[in-house]
Design a protein around this ligand. Structure first.
Ligand code: PSU
Ligand code: MN
Length: 324
């Protein structure tokens, strides 16, 4: 067809992001599925705007990633953020590695998950990315579950997020508040270990638990602060192993859900999703919305707070890496 087969033809890097990258200045990629599918309006727009502001206040340039009319946008302006946040339910696709081509071919707006955002950010030359919680091994994906339970009679769903494979194959630092608590967290950690992804908690020994400060298990490794994390990131990326590195910071204490409250809501939502036959890419948004209603909005406060906090920490990390 004579079409150049290269992602750069699809990539549109916003001028402030391109300028920062050309100057070696710090840049932080942000994803957009949490805007379109993870949080309701208006909290989604507030979080998207506050995350960009948090990256800027740390001294870095934010680059929110989304797809529009066949192009991969790295860096959105205020109008684009608003378009994503206010689009009618169901009108924005959720683009992950397996659905990236379909979403580009379909045109219109699509939001990028962790996997698709990593692809875009890496192609643009960005080394730091902040999200809320990564996707992982869903409860029941491998039959029984090591986090909570699923009826014993159920067949394995094999629902394992493409986020994990992306972390295994794309070299960048991803800052999150831990794997989402809706997942089988121990199995998610095992998967990441098998695929060679370091998982590092910052500031505590316990793995952050997304809605709660702790997942109730020890993190595979931990560092004292962001400066120590930056050193580890440099060492990891210098090895050119090809994999990313996952940095986990706990949700700010004032907005965290109590562990027991979070666990109860998560387990009930997972049971209901199973009995209602919810699965595939719709599962994560469905669970997050159901938990929001079960906790009367407290989970949204925690989710919003941890996303903005992750963006700030990622900004600090990017600044340290730019001067390393
Ligand atoms: N973090 C949040 N809310 C979200 C997500 C992350 O606080 O909605 C999104 C990310 O885009 C992540 C996706 O990649 O959820 C995981 O979806 P799945 O389980 O279908 O792979
Ligand atoms: Mn899935």
């Amino acid at each position: 067809m004579g079409v150049p087969l290269d992602v750069t033809g699809r990539l549109v890097v916003a001028p402030p992001v391109a300028a920062a990258l050309a100057a070696g200045a710090p840049v932080v990629a942000l994803e957009s599925t949490l805007i379109s599918h993870g949080l309701p309006y208006p909290q989604n727009l507030e979080v998207a705007t506050a995350s960009e502001a948090a990256v800027r206040s740390a001294g870095a340039v934010p680059a929110t990633v989304a797809l529009h009319d066949g192009r991969i946008l790295v860096g959105l302006d205020a109008a684009a953020l608003e378009a994503l946040a206010t689009a009618p339910a169901g009108s924005v696709r959720k683009a992950a590695r397996p659905s990236l081509a379909v979403a580009l071919a379909a045109g219109g707006w699509a939001a990028t998950t962790v996997s698709a955002t990593m692809i875009a950010a890496h192609a643009a030359g960005i080394r730091v990315f902040a999200t809320g919680g990564i996707g992982g091994v869903h409860r029941g994906a491998i039959g029984g579950s090591r986090s909570g339970s699923r009826p014993a009679a159920s067949e394995p769903t094999f629902d394992i997020s493409s986020d994990l494979e992306e972390l295994a194959r794309t070299p960048m630092a991803v800052v999150c508040a831990g794997p989402k608590a809706i997942l089988d967290v121990p199995s998610t950690l095992e998967y990441l270990e098998t695929r060679g992804v370091p998982v590092v908690a910052i500031g505590q020994d316990e793995l952050p638990g997304f809605f709660a400060r702790s997942a109730g298990i020890r993190a595979p490794s931990s560092v004292r602060d962001v400066a120590a994390a930056a050193e580890l990131v440099v060492t990891h990326l210098t090895l050119t192993l090809g994999s990313g590195i996952l940095l986990c910071v706990p949700v700010p204490a004032e907005d965290a859900l109590r562990e027991a409250i979070a666990r109860e809501a998560v387990e009930r939502a997972v049971r209901e999703a199973q009995s209602e036959g919810i699965g595939g890419p719709a599962l994560t948004p469905w669970l997050l919305a159901r938990i929001a209603s079960l906790t009367q909005g407290a989970s949204i406060r925690a989710n919003a707070s941890l996303i903005v906090h992750d963006a700030r920490v990622a900004g600090e990390l990017a600044v340290l890496l730019a001067s390393a």
